[in-house]
Design a protein around this ligand. Structure first.
Ligand code: UFG
Length: 336
């Protein structure tokens, strides 16, 4: 059984990926500093899969701590999720973001090299694409991030490319996520941000359970069908399966390389589409008000999902209704 290290494996995407990776027959080791996750998630992962998971509470930037993980295990590959991800905070504290996101990746690559672990899948983001691209955007679209968080993702992609160039026996896969929402069907795992959420689905869920009064829809004068922003929402379980497909490809491939894939559905939905589907699938009504545009937002972006389908055999299968239902199920269970 191949051992896979998940940095940030107790976070929202990491925890769902841990489940799918275990279900696919890999052994999972999680390294997480609990800075934006909870230790209870580890038990939930074990409960869902009925499998054991080795856990290290460490900061991936800490070389000595990270070395211990590699020294004590025979790690075949790493899925690198660990990183800060709040766009607004990254504008206020850019150095914190560069230090943590870029720094942890450098430490990780050095350590992987030292311990002869040559496979990495990196958690990148659709926010590395410039808004000038035509949608659906393909992997060879123009790149330009518009905030420090996005730039950490873009710089790390460049670092990985340079590193793979210099070390051609390394296999590097970059996954550019679109907008992950939804939760595990068990209701045990989901997205659980502290305070007022920045992102659409957690905000809607907080309105749904009465923690917030209404949703603010950021602008209805965008160049989209109903004027509200359009995004490519992907069920987090589908996204998790995308990682397993990337691992399977690494295991099967004869050659090493540097590969980039969009992980989305290829479909764009507006904010009002999401609200309407949430209402219909959960039998409730989300109150909303149209407010000003949020600075930095763009009209529309959604992926071309073809490359992942052709080369990884990955296709998202869960629809918007399932995303809305599972999100609400997780949130309302948590509330009780
Ligand atoms: N929106 C609202 N009200 C809210 C929150 C969001 O109307 O309270 C709207 C936004 O204006 C946008 C859409 O809902 O049109 C989606 O917004 P999110 O904040 O959920 O997601 P973004 O597309 O802005 O950004 C997300 C992640 C980023 C990531 C990016 C691309 O937050 O980290 O997707 O992957 F970089």
């Amino acid at each position: 059984m191949k051992e896979i290290l998940l940095t940030g494996g107790l976070g929202y995407i990491g925890s769902h990926t841990a489940v799918e990776t275990l279900n696919a027959g890999y052994k999972v080791i999680i390294a997480d500093d609990l800075s934006n996750s909870k230790i209870e998630v580890l038990d939930k992962i074990k409960q869902i899969t009925n499998k054991d998971v080795k856990f290290y509470q460490i900061d991936v930037c800490n070389k000595e701590e990270l070395e211990k993980v590699f020294a004590e295990n025979k790690i075949f590959g790493v899925i690198h999720f660990a990183g800060f991800k709040a766009v607004g905070e990254s504008v206020k504290e850019p150095l914190k973001y560069y230090q943590n996101n870029v720094g942890s990746t450098l430490t990780l690559l050095e350590t992987m090299k030292k311990y002869d672990c040559k496979n990495i899948v990196f958690s990148s983001s659709a926010c590395v694409y410039s808004p000038v691209n035509q949608m659906p955007v393909k992997e060879d679209g123009n790149l330009e991030a518009s905030n420090p968080y996005g730039r950490t993702k873009l710089f790390i992609e460049h670092i990985l490319k340079d590193f793979q160039n210099a070390n051609p026996d390394f296999d590097v896969t970059v996954l550019r996520y679109f907008n992950p929402i939804g939760a595990h069907e068990s209701g045990l795992l989901g997205e659980d941000p502290n305070g007022i959420p920045n992102n659409l689905m957690p905000y809607i869920c907080k309105v749904a359970v009465g923690e917030l009064d209404h949703l603010n829809v950021f602008g209805n004068d965008y160049n989209t069908k109903d004027g509200t922003g359009v995004r490519d929402y992907i069920h987090v379980v589908d996204l998790a399966i995308g990682h397993v497909k990337a691992l399977d490809k690494i295991v099967k491939a004869d050659d090493c390389g540097f590969r980039i894939f969009n992980i989305g559905t290829g479909i764009g939905y507006s904010v009002l589409d999401v609200v309407e589907t949430f209402n219909k699938s959960n039998g409730i009504t989300i109150k909303y008000q149209i407010t000003e545009r949020r600075p930095g937002d763009i009209d529309s972006y959604f992926s071309s999902a073809k490359k992942a389908e052709e080369e990884l055999g990955f296709k998202a299968t869960r629809n918007l209704e399932e995303m809305c239902k599972s999100s609400y199920k997780y949130y309302s269970a948590k509330k009780r």
